[in-house]
Design a protein. Sequence first.
Length: 357
Amino acid sequence: MKVCVLPGDGIGPEIVGQAVRVLEALRQDGVKLEMETALLGGCAVDAAGDPYPEATRKLARQADAVLLGAVGGPQYDTLPREQRPERGLLGIRKDLGLFANLRPAVLYPELANASSLKPEVVAGLDILIVRELTGDIYFGEPRGIETRDGANGKERVGFNTMIYSESEIRRIARVSFEAAMKRNRKLCSVDKMNVLECTQLWRDVVTDEAKNYPDVALSHMLVDNAAMQLVRNPKQFDVMVTGNMFGDILSDEASMLTGSIGMLPSASLDEKGKGLYEPIHGSAPDIAGQGVANPLATILSTAMMLRYTFGLEAAAARIEAAVKKVLAQGLRTGDIHEAGMKKVGTREMGDAVIAAL
Ligand code: NAD
């Protein structure tokens, strides 16, 4: 089992360092991972002039899974677009054909006060948003800004194309039905079929695919209602699946229900279950190098890796249980700290998770 480790920029090396220690602790218990490190993002621009260098590409292609910290930083914001760290991220996602983005939003009861919603609305929340990542209006052609003849003479128009093929919808539907089978067997598909033909096809194909998963209860919801229900009664959901643009917005909304960006992992999968695993937060340049960043989102990303790429459910559940245990012990990094709890740094949090394992 080969893992390509990409610490990236900012707090990336600090948080990935702890996640790697957790995987090494499990290695002693029979989880046999080979880990090799490479450069992605700003650090790769500094070293090789390219945010996704050839050596990284080679390693990432050969690996079964990729563990990523985060990329980016203010010092790179003025570089030409093709050298920006984000290009490295888009590059690796595209190169590896990662079309399915899985974002759990879990609110541990101990952290219920971190949410801006009432604790009773969100305590114990555990939903998974599956977002299609390589299609939709973000990639559809034609696109652009051009000058056209209008009623009032020539003026500029901007346009994009929302497009999904049946096979693209079917493969993301399958990933979400499979994920629902591993959870509470409820799937809500989100679309805008009352206005957009493209999403009428989405609904038709997801409904058809449901025939292969008789144990999963499928429902459909319009995206505007879904945005509302997520803040009204988020616990009604188990797994949600939607397209790239709606998923972009809804997954950010869902993550904020938990109020703790330092706690949330994510996975992006290809058709064979190879995946890139990363926390949902960025490189947090404001706290980089201080040893205070929360490593739990990255540690929880390794649990997703063990579950979705390597099929090691027991080891994944062990990591998640260890995280729950350290929270119950009252340990908190600065981002989730509240009165009465013990404030710890990045490494101490890693130590505690390993001890709890
Ligand atoms: P950010 O997520 O890096 O930080 C937002 C806030 O949350 C900051 O105050 C930060 O200190 C805090 N925070 C984030 N992660 C934390 C953690 N693990 N522990 C404690 N606090 C944490 O978002 P931003 O400030 O908008 O972006 C900073 C840089 O990261 C930018 O260059 C941006 O492009 C990049 N970015 C990268 C990714 C990625 O690599 N996937 C995602 C988002 C942003």
